[in-house]
Design a protein around this ligand. Structure first.
Ligand SMILES: NC(=O)c1ccc[n+]([C@@H]2O[C@H](COP(=O)([O-])OP(=O)(O)OC[C@H]3O[C@@H](n4cnc5c(N)ncnc54)[C@H](OP(=O)(O)O)[C@@H]3O)[C@@H](O)[C@H]2O)c1
Length: 327
């Protein structure tokens, strides 16, 4: 088992900066190289985060023999292609959410991970945050009694630009794949596989979904009411109710935030101790899996990513959200 894992970052865009910052909080992680379509962008990013190597193509990054694991941060529509390139070179892959555009692409990626015996995990960072795990533990311990309901939203107003990642259908734009994935993940993480799904969407001029609302029901009558939008600011809170109280995650609930439990008339805020900026927790998980020679995480497995994508496929089918790659 190596003392350090050498990381490559493929596509130094906005989220890659946060990821590179998170990586600095993991002593066993070393940022080795950056790959960009533009060598100057790769060099600038490498300088900023003290990576010794940079490349002007993703292929060269994937071929670097001194890299153990590559973090992929391109727009969703390239996740499958970039992942396959890295897996083919025997690299472990942590690929940004959503893992791809649809479940058929996710199946192809899982197959490649198995064929090449190379690790693959979706970078669903919230899954590894202590506040998110704490909420599930509180529910399981009966802290608010029998749980019946989750309400969660995620909304912000993105400036309308038809060419931007969020509004361009060719880049997998739309609210569902970009941010709807968080409340959908949370609902299934807490309550399991939904028994019924009801959804509706509103569309932007480019044809991508700008707002979506989803109602899920689960065994035992549990329900989740979720909404997500890229056209208005919303509270971005999560609230779980049970027959003996409620648990609340405040604004930006999917990030590192405290947990508020109210089992009576006296809300208690639990101060959660976080390390780093939150993106580091998923890196720890990758390292633990690589230490054990695994090709997937037990905590956010291939099956978890596939089931989440199948749920999004169904919401897309109900709402009529489609992309060219589906056809
Ligand atoms: N986990 C999170 O909190 C979080 C937050 C935001 C986004 N994300 C995910 O991360 C991914 C990237 O999002 P982002 O906001 O970082 O996007 P971004 O700022 O637009 O960066 C994407 C990068 O991908 C590369 N790229 C390759 N082909 C491209 C193309 N045709 N058009 C545009 N860029 C292209 C570009 O890098 P080069 O040209 O330099 O190669 C670009 O900088 C998305 O899948 C998103 O869902 C995750």
């Amino acid at each position: 088992m190596p003392d350090t894992y050498r990381w490559g970052i493929l596509a130094p865009g906005k989220i890659a900066h946060k990821f590179a910052t998170g990586l600095q909080f993991v002593p066993e992680a070393k940022l080795h190289a950056i790959g960009s379509r533009d060598i100057d962008r790769a060099r600038d990013f490498a300088d900023q985060y003290q990576a010794p190597v940079w490349y002007g193509s993703y292929q060269e990054l994937a071929e670097d023999p001194d890299i153990d694991v590559i973090y992929i941060a391109t727009p969703h529509s390239f996740h499958m292609e970039n992942t396959l390139t890295c897996l083919e070179q025997g690299k472990a892959v942590l690929c940004e959410k959503p893992l791809a555009i649809n479940s058929s692409q996710v199946e192809t990626m899982i197959m490649a991970s198995k064929n090449h015996q190379s690790f693959l995990m979706e970078a669903l960072w919230s899954r590894f945050l202590p506040n998110i795990i704490r909420v599930r533990n509180l529910i399981e311990s009966g802290a608010i009694g029998a749980v019946s309901h989750l309400e969660a939203d995620f909304g912000f107003k993105a400036p309308y630009d038809p060419k931007s990642r969020l509004f361009n259908p060719n880049l997998g734009g739309g609210a569902l794949l970009d941010i709807g994935i968080y409340p959908l993940f949370f609902a299934t993480y807490l309550f399991g596989t939904p028994e019924t799904i009801e959804s509706s969407a509103k569309f932007a001029d480019t044809g991508v979904d700008e707002s979506c609302s989803v109602k899920l029901t689960f065994s035992g009558g549990k329900q989740a009411n979720l909404m997500f939008t890229i056209s208005e600011f919303t509270a971005v809170k999560a609230r779980i109710t049970g027959d003996n109280g409620e648990i609340m995650l405040p604004n930006r609930w999917y990030q590192p935030v405290n947990v508020i439990t109210n089992a009576g008339n006296d809300p208690q805020e639990e101060v959660i101790k976080f390390v780093g900026n939150g993106y580091n927790y998923q890196v720890h998980e990758v390292h633990q899996c690589l230490d054990k020679g695994k090709i997937e995480s037990d905590h956010w497995s291939h099956r978890h990513s596939l089931q989440l994508m199948q749920l999004m496929d169904e919401i897309r089918r109900q709402c009529g959200i489609s992309y060219a790659v589906d056809r």
